[in-house]
Design a protein around this ligand. Structure first.
Ligand code: F6P
Length: 319
């Protein structure tokens, strides 16, 4: 194998740059050239790429976002777009491709694998919704971002006797919201995976108030509802002044955590080694501390990663 490609696709997350670096360094150290495609699959369709040098990945490890940029590419959902993408790779003599991204990006990778392109996927999405890996890239940094925000909100909430309803991104997964609730000591978590009773939450907040605890944090996963609406519904029932914070894309940015940097190094290296070993149509993942390869067909057929019941129990016990 003389030449491979790499791209970042879908919603960005912290650690993508560190993963590109690991891919480029691992490949170049074995004499394999790397082509970086810009804006995800769009770069394959529009033929926007650069030949990577060792210097292309200097000083990027600690930066959030992705210097190759990312996009959600509708053309890749269709046969015609997939054919153009496969032709671009063939025309450039690219013999293997590393795709760094979430669920949609892995579907694109499988489509290319079905056309005979050698592809390995790396799970990268703050949502932690991809099956067959305990953690996706970017989750830990996003979690740290949320916890930092909640710590700040607790300071101001306690100064003003207020309740804050904090909306977390995570698409249809409640993982980030639930983990952030446990890790920040927020009072309640509302997530899509478990039913919630707003009356019971309000009753518990009123009890807190009567006990002289005049502030609260209620975490809401975007997949479970809107913080604005939930705040409006609880506002008059709890006796606290209520404010809303929607964390949104703030969660996705910032310098990657140590955990994400190490995961990036392992994922990037494992993906290139898999390609060199002749593997294709698979995703690298983290399982019991080890790097594992799983067929993309199985990953995608497994659907959204189920919520960790142990974490649900922890939140129940501690909130
Ligand atoms: O999948 C990552 C994610 O950040 C989700 O948490 C969120 O729902 C979505 O992407 C936002 O997408 P966009 O960046 O297109 O607004």
């Amino acid at each position: 194998m003389k030449r491979i490609g790499v791209l970042t696709s879908g919603g960005d997350c912290s650690g993508m740059n560190a993963t590109i670096r690991a891919v480029v360094r691992t490949a170049m150290n074995t004499g394999v050239e790397v082509v970086g495609f810009q804006k995800g699959y769009r770069g394959l369709i529009d033929r926007h790429y650069e030949i990577m040098q060792n210097r292309s990945v200097s000083n990027v490890l600690q930066r959030g976002g992705t210097f190759l940029q990312s996009a959600r590419c509708r053309e890749m959902l269709e046969e015609a777009g997939q054919a153009i993408a496969a032709d671009t790779l063939k025309g450039l003599g690219v013999e293997g491709l590393v795709v760094i991204g979430g669920d949609g990006s892995l579907r694109g990778a499988r489509a290319l694998a079905n056309r005979g392109v050698r592809v390995i996927g790396i799970p990268a999405s703050i949502d932690n919704d991809i099956s067959h890996t305990e953690m996706s890239l970017g989750v830990d940094t996003a979690l740290n971002n949320i916890i930092y925000a909640v710590d700040c909100l607790k300071d101001t909430a306690s100064s003003h006797d207020r309740a804050f309803v904090v909306e977390c991104m995570g698409r249809n997964s409640g993982y980030l919201t639930l983990a952030a609730t446990v890790a920040s000591g927020a009072e309640h978590a509302i997530i899509p995976e478990t039913p919630f009773d707003l009356e019971a939450i309000c009753a518990s907040l009123r009890r807190r108030y009567q006990e002289g605890r005049f502030n609260s944090i209620i975490m809401v996963a975007e997949g479970a509802g809107s913080a604005q609406e939930i705040a409006a519904r609880i506002k008059d029932r709890i006796g606290f002044e209520t404010r809303v914070m929607v964390l949104g894309h703030y969660q996705r940015g910032g310098s990657p955590s140590a955990f994400d940097r190490l995961l990036a190094a392992r994922f990037g290296t494992a993906a290139v080694e898999a390609l060199l070993a002749g593997e294709s149509g698979k995703m690298v993942g983290l399982s019991s501390g080890a790097m594992v390869l799983t067929e993309l067909d199985l990953v995608l057929a497994s659907g959204i990663r189920p919520i960790d019941r142990m974490m649900v129990q922890l939140a129940d016990k501690l909130t």
